[in-house]
Design a binder for this molecule. Structure first.
Ligand SMILES: [Fe+2]
Length: 174
């Protein structure tokens, strides 16, 4: 059985992951509208990954014989001045998500809920990757700032990003 506190925090995390998905979808739409198809693709993949994160948490709550409560999704920003600004926002947002995941891990540890602690390990590692990738993208955007050809090449590179299902979902399909 999940503690009430952990159950509520996991439901809130589902909402945060879906809000993240919505934020990245919004960035994808803004980039596409501005002709940056590669940037749009990068954020569309991000949108898909965030939905996986929510699904992993939903599956977990259900597997513990508890109820998933879907909360309202707050509106998101719809316009950014540049891809650099999008990735800066991405990093700021992912840092907040990291703090939320750490808080979940702390509650699970306090509860001595080892199953939840184990489940959260994947998210703890994922957040390290999310922050690292956002930082990498900021560096890349800074490198091409003011250089139209550089941005064109970067956009081409980002077009190659492909979605792969998150490992905990892929293994659940076995
Ligand atoms: Fe996420």
């Amino acid at each position: 059985m999940l503690s009430k506190q952990l159950h509520e925090a996991l439901n809130a995390q589902i909402n945060a992951e879906l809000w993240s998905a919505y934020l990245y979808l919004s960035m994808s739409m803004d980039a596409e509208a501005k002709g940056l198809k590669g940037v749009a693709n990068w954020f569309y993949v991000q949108f898909q990954e965030e939905q996986d994160h929510a699904r992993i948490l939903m599956n977990y709550i259900l597997s513990r014989d508890e109820k998933v409560t879907l909360l309202p999704i707050e509106e998101v920003r719809t316009e950014w001045a540049s891809p650099l600004e999008m990735f800066q926002d991405t990093l700021t947002h992912e840092k907040k998500v990291t703090a939320m995941i750490n808080n979940l891990a702390a509650i699970a540890a306090e509860d001595k809920d080892f199953a939840s602690s184990n489940m959260l390990v994947w998210f703890v590692d994922e957040q390290v990757e999310e922050e690292e990738s956002a930082r990498g993208m900021i560096t890349a955007c800074e490198a091409v700032e003011g250089n139209k050809f550089g941005l064109y090449m970067l956009d081409k590179e980002l077009a190659a990003r492909v979605y792969t299902q998150a490992a905990p979902l892929a293994s659940a399909n076995d």
